[in-house]
Design a protein around this ligand. Structure first.
Ligand SMILES: [Zn+2]
Length: 280
């Protein structure tokens, strides 16, 4: 018998897990975040809380097995803050490889990574590219929600503004979301508004299209980008519902996707013998 939604891996018995994998057609949601400072007012696990909550909400609507969120991400650029748990990029890649291989061994052949931490994105793009070279029977999908249509304008209007204010980290988006998920972990009285704006200490290089390893630290050493003043749990609820709806659509698209696995296999076969595809 199929257990009730959502299929949360760590809450299922072994037999229920097997039924859940079948009911989910082998679709897994793998939330990823990190542990790092989020200003002075949000918990270290902000990205984990948000990514896990999006997965839980979406999987309550559309069947998918939700993997517990690992407590680490790529945060080498923010080790200046207390509580950052920074594994090396090559260690993280090794973990991702083993983790996804073992999800696949458990019947989860379509793995949707739900990324809640911007700093993970480059690593995940690389991991996605690596799937072209590595064998293995699973397909990997990367989900990170963005504004669509007039959503950004609608949110700005909810904040009483014409356009969204500066926002990037522990700001007027993440703060309301954490307020909606775990209000007891938010401490608005500790926000220091002067710390929330871009310092622009490498602006001359940036304007010349030059990047460095300390770009983030140069701009936001307090690990807060954008003033969270005005955050409410209602705003967070709106944002979480909006993004969870997008994840529901993504799960449906992944479930229906028959093209990616075929193209992956075809690409790998052809890449092993490229001359075969050339003209005689
Ligand atoms: Zn965050």
């Amino acid at each position: 018998m199929t257990p009730p939604l959502p299929f949360l891996w760590d809450r299922l018995t072994a037999d229920d897990f097997a039924d859940a994998v079948r009911a989910a057609d082998g679709v897994a949601l793998l939330p990823l975040g990190c542990l790092e400072k989020h200003g002075r007012h949000l918990p270290l696990g902000t990205d984990i809380l948000i990514a896990s909550e999006l997965c839980r909400r979406a999987a309550s609507v559309e069947p998918a097995v939700v993997v517990p969120c690992p407590p680490f991400g790529l945060v080498s650029e923010v080790r200046n803050g207390p509580g950052t748990l920074a594994l090396r990029a090559d260690t993280l890649l090794a973990v991702l490889r083993d983790l996804c291989a073992d999800l696949s061994r458990n019947g989860l052949a379509k793995i949707v990574v739900v990324n809640g931490h911007g700093g993970n994105q480059e690593l995940l793009r690389y991991f996605l590219r690596e799937r072209l070279e590595e064998g293995g029977p699973y397909a990997l999908y990367l989900f990170r929600p963005e504004w669509r249509g007039d959503e950004e304008k609608r949110y700005a209007a909810m904040l009483g503004r014409d356009a969204l204010p500066e926002c990037g980290h522990a700001c007027i988006q993440e703060t309301p979301e954490v307020m909606a998920i775990a209000p007891e972990t938010v401490h608005m009285d500790r926000v220091v508004p002067e710390e929330t704006h871009r310092l622009g200490r490498l602006a001359a290089l940036r304007e010349s299209f030059v990047s460095t390893s300390v770009d983030w630290y140069a701009d936001y050493p307090a690990q807060i980008a954008g003033d969270p003043t005005g955050s409410t749990p209602e705003l967070g609820e709106w944002l979480l519902s909006l993004h969870a709806e997008k994840l529901v659509r993504a799960i449906r698209a992944v479930r229906a996707d028959t093209v990616t696995p075929v193209l992956l296999a075809e690409y790998r076969a052809r890449s092993l013998d490229p001359l075969r595809n050339s003209r005689p």
